[in-house]
Design a protein around this ligand. Structure first.
Ligand code: TLP
Length: 346
């Protein structure tokens, strides 16, 4: 990592020294034969953490969600998901381009949840004109809703509601450990009520590559087939899984530090009248900020000036930024970021 303060995403995180050491020493084998001890250990650990029978190591969150959805659904089925869901906005429409699966999009509530009434309204009748509703997909934490989290009680209510109607539930839990840590709950409380969950090792948890999809043994056996079809059978990828094991064992609880720094950064930025923070933000490790109406520059112009001073931020709209806190951002970086915003907007 160069000396820039990189707040564009927690995907930019580099592996920790402990991860690099574990990677160098990892026992390896051919994972398509099921013979990579490091991958097997990671999958077992991941499943145990989220309270599921089995896990599947995949190269990315995108592939984890895709494999999950293709495993739950048949051609012509429909998934109910949020209009601002990562799967809907940023995964290339993979469920339809590769799986012939349709989506019914529902507006999220401000905290990223889907209201049960909206889910009910999106369920199709048993009618030849309609695709078959098969799955409800949640996102926790919710990226585009501001890194907001949903509670165990809410997830349980969706699980009960969906199962009573013969539907399965998947969680895109790219940052589900952030959701758990922010609420001080065991992650199992967020994953127990649903059928499958994908979480990412390579965001706030700092591993260089990979995500894990977890669910029942039978579901993961099906998902393993889909992963292979999609070209995700990775042979001696235990070199990556070894970092994932460190991520799960050492990097989860410290996510609270990122949340605290996000709050500190929000406080420091709030003193600039040119910036308007989303109400209640930040819930976890990301904050979304808008430029006040009287600022002449747009977000891209401001971001360019920040970048010239060594601060990189995400531009998510004409007048909107996303700043994401992670392991490689220190207290001093938080102070410098707030000061540089002040200079650029003065
Ligand atoms: N999100 C990335 C970008 O794609 C927007 C980011 O910088 O936040 N689910 C959620 C909720 C995500 O935020 C992401 C990545 C993914 C899935 C996909 O993960 P990868 O990048 O591993 O495919």
């Amino acid at each position: 990592m160069n000396n820039d303060i990189d707040l564009r995403s927690d995907t930019v995180t580099l592996p920790t020294p402990a991860m690099r050491e574990a990677m160098a020493k990892a026992p390896l084998g051919d994972d398509v034969y099921g013979e990579d001890p490091s991958i097997n250990a990671l999958e077992e650990l991941a499943a145990k953490k989220v309270g599921k029978q089995a896990g599947l190591f995949v190269p990315s969150g995108t592939m984890g969600n895709l494999v999950a959805m293709l495993s739950h659904c048949q051609r012509g089925d429909e998934i109910i998901l949020g209009k601002r869901a990562h799967t809907f906005l940023y995964e290339g429409g993979g469920i339809s381009t590769l799986g012939s699966v349709h989506s019914a999009q529902v507006w999220e509530q401000p905290d990223g949840s889907l209201a049960l009434d909206d889910i009910q309204a999106a369920i199709r009748p048993d009618d030849v004109h309609a695709p078959r509703t098969r799955l409800v997909a949640l996102e926790n934490t919710h990226n585009r809703c501001g890194g907001t989290f949903q509670t165990p009680a809410y997830v349980a209510s969706v699980g009960e509601f969906a199962h009573a109607r013969g539907l399965k539930v998947h969680i895109d839990g790219a940052r589900i450990f952030n959701a758990a840590v922010a609420q001080g709950v065991d992650v199992k409380e967020l994953t127990g009520p649903v059928d499958s969950v994908t979480f990412c090792l390579s965001k706030g948890l700092c591993a260089p590559v990979g995500s894990v999809l977890c669910g029942s043994r039978e579901f993961i056996a099906e998902a393993r087939r889909w992963r292979k079809h999609l070209g995700g059978g990775m042979r001696q990828a235990g070199v990556l899984a070894a970092a994932g094991i460190v991520a799960l064992n050492e990097m989860v609880e410290r996510l609270a530090e990122d949340h605290a720094r996000a709050r500190r950064l929000a406080g420091a930025l709030a003193i600039h009248p040119q910036l308007v923070l989303d109400p209640g933000s930040p819930a976890t490790n990301m904050l979304f900020i808008n430029l006040a109406e009287d600022v002449k520059m747009d977000a891209a112009q401001v971001a360019e000036k920040l970048s010239a001073r060594g601060v990189l931020v995400g531009v998510t709209g004409k007048r909107r930024f996303r700043l994401v806190l992670h392991y490689w951002i220190s207290d001093a970086d938080v102070e410098k970021t707030a000061a540089v915003f002040g200079e650029v907007l003065a």
